[in-house]
Design a protein around this ligand. Structure first.
Ligand code: GLN
Length: 484
């Protein structure tokens, strides 16, 4: 039962093959069994309250009042604020923080009938690519506990891969849905900027942050995105467009679809296993009727410097609110107000967060703003323009998610620049605000999952999900699962 997709669970519940109580208790048992090894959850719902919610769901179903998802478990990345459970953002700063309100995404999932089984582990304030920066300890990759699960949504990715929940929410500022999905062999989509409300999503870099679903299949991502997405007046950058059904195009044939391969994505530095999986995926898409066209994204290599100026700049501003006064950690001893601020922030933030606050404050400071921040903003525009030129030649873009499969825990932990370089294929998408997804497409010789990335033009999520779904009809990579 725990291996079922979200789609299969909706059917099993509808025909009463399963009750929500059975489902919730099976997933809670699974969490209890594997979370001590994987550390995917920072907090888990109390059994009694989760079962009470399941009973209420079963009663609603018996009364004919159930929706599609009534009584189905899920988990939220621990930066969506929740009233029921603490929201830590992977930081000591918020280790004991309980929100007085629910994030829009949390509200929407609850209103759709989902039962929240817990909050998933993540890099501190979503800064990282491995989950190693979490104050609550690293997450282990379910495929190989020596390997990183990816990050920053590594807890959500591991939780879905290890079948601790059927689906989970994540957020992606520079790859944090796509890269952990790729490393853990699951499917994830980062929607167009503005699709999913940021209200109640702890801010990292507000112009880049975007929530999205993580699941076994593209179809499940579409189902959950239907729930997560939608205009929200409480988020000033929310896209005010009519609601759409992201499942609507899943069955479309791909005949004649133009798939662009950016030549810069296949340059030196791409691991042999990833290159092989890319080739196999191209062949598969050709068999599905796609036309492959070579395109160019000339500013690709500028994405890393531009992102690692803009994201820290926004982070340094966003994280100034953690001052020990309003909420979160406060130093126990201090001499005066300034000393309280300093000690609170020195104690509350980890090394990576401090590094980014320093970089961000520097690039925004008088005299350096023009040299760094303004230049980065100009590059950001050029990167977005590159994509528009590319989409004049193709419908979707195909590339790797990351240059390599998951590396070992500790391998890059002491070398931030090496870690940043691995973000090369995902960052430009956030700088441009485009939708993109990660789809399982192979395994490395070490048996670690490899994902491929599909990038679409603005609001083309349904198209991406269509391509991924058709690919999943003729491949079984998304059905492979770790031995744990
Ligand atoms: N790895 C990138 C970073 O560290 C992206 C993280 C994210 O998308 N939240 O900033």
């Amino acid at each position: 039962m725990i291996h079922a997709t979200l789609k299969e669970l909706t059917r099993a519940l509808a025909v009463r093959e399963l009750s929500s109580r059975e489902l919730v208790s099976a997933y809670l048992d699974r969490i209890a069994a594997v979370n001590p090894t994987l550390n995917a959850f920072i907090s888990v719902a109390e059994r009694e309250s989760a079962l009470a919610a399941a009973d209420a769901a079963d009663a609603a179903r018996a009364a004919g009042q159930a929706g599609l998802f009534t009584g189905i478990p899920l988990a939220h990345k621990d930066l969506f604020v929740t009233r029921q459970l603490p929201t830590t953002c992977g930081s000591k700063m918020l280790a004991n923080f309980v929100s007085p309100y629910d994030a829009t995404v949390v509200e929407r999932c609850q209103a759709a009938g989902f039962i929240n089984l817990g909050k998933t582990n993540m890099d501190e304030f979503a800064m990282g690519s491995t989950n190693e920066s979490s104050y609550f300890g690293a997450v282990k990759n379910p495929w190989d506990v020596q390997a990183v699960p990816g990050g920053s949504s590594g807890g959500s990715a591991a939780a879905v891969a290890a079948r601790m929940v059927p689906v989970a929410t994540g957020t992606d500022t520079g790859g944090s849905i796509r890269q952990p999905a790729a490393f853990c062999g699951i499917t994830g989509i980062k929607p167009t900027y503005g699709r999913v409300s940021r209200y109640g999503m702890v801010a990292y870099a507000s112009s880049l942050d975007q929530g999205g679903p993580m699941a076994q299949t593209a179809e499940d991502c579409a189902l959950l995105l239907n729930v997560m997405a939608g205009f929200d007046g409480r988020d000033s950058t929310s896209l005010d467009v009519a609601a759409e059904d992201f499942c609507r195009d899943l069955q479309q044939p791909l005949t004649g679809l133009k798939v662009g391969l950016p030549k810069e994505f296949f340059a030196a530095g791409l691991d042999g296993d990833v290159a092989r999986v890319m080739d196999e995926t191209v062949q598969q898409l050709k068999q599905l009727g796609c036309d492959i066209v070579e395109i160019t994204l000339p500013k690709t290599e500028l994405a890393i410097p531009a992102y690692y100026v803009i994201a820290p700049a926004e982070a340094s501003s966003n994280l100034s609110r953690y001052d020990g006064v309003r909420y979160g950690h406060r130093a126990a001893e201090y001499r005066d107000l300034n000393d309280m601020y300093e000690r609170t922030r020195a104690e509350g933030f980890g090394a990576e967060v401090k590094r980014r606050i320093l970089v961000g404050t520097y690039v925004l400071s008088h005299g350096y703003y023009d040299a760094y921040y303004l230049q980065a903003q100009k590059i950001r525009r050029l990167i977005a323009d590159d994509f528009q030129a590319a989409f004049a030649q193709c419908d979707v873009i195909l590339g790797p998610v990351a240059p390599t499969p998951a590396w070992n825990l500790g391998e890059k932990a002491d070398d931030p620049v090496q870690m940043y370089l691995a973000d090369i294929y995902t960052l430009s998408v956030n700088l441009a605000g485009l939708p993109a997804m990660s789809v399982p497409a192979g395994l490395s010789v070490q048996q670690r999952p490899i994902g491929v990335q599909l990038i679409g033009n603005y609001q083309q999520e349904a198209r991406l999900l269509n391509v991924a779904h058709q690919f999943q009809q003729v491949t079984d990579w998304h059905q492979r699962r770790p031995a744990i």
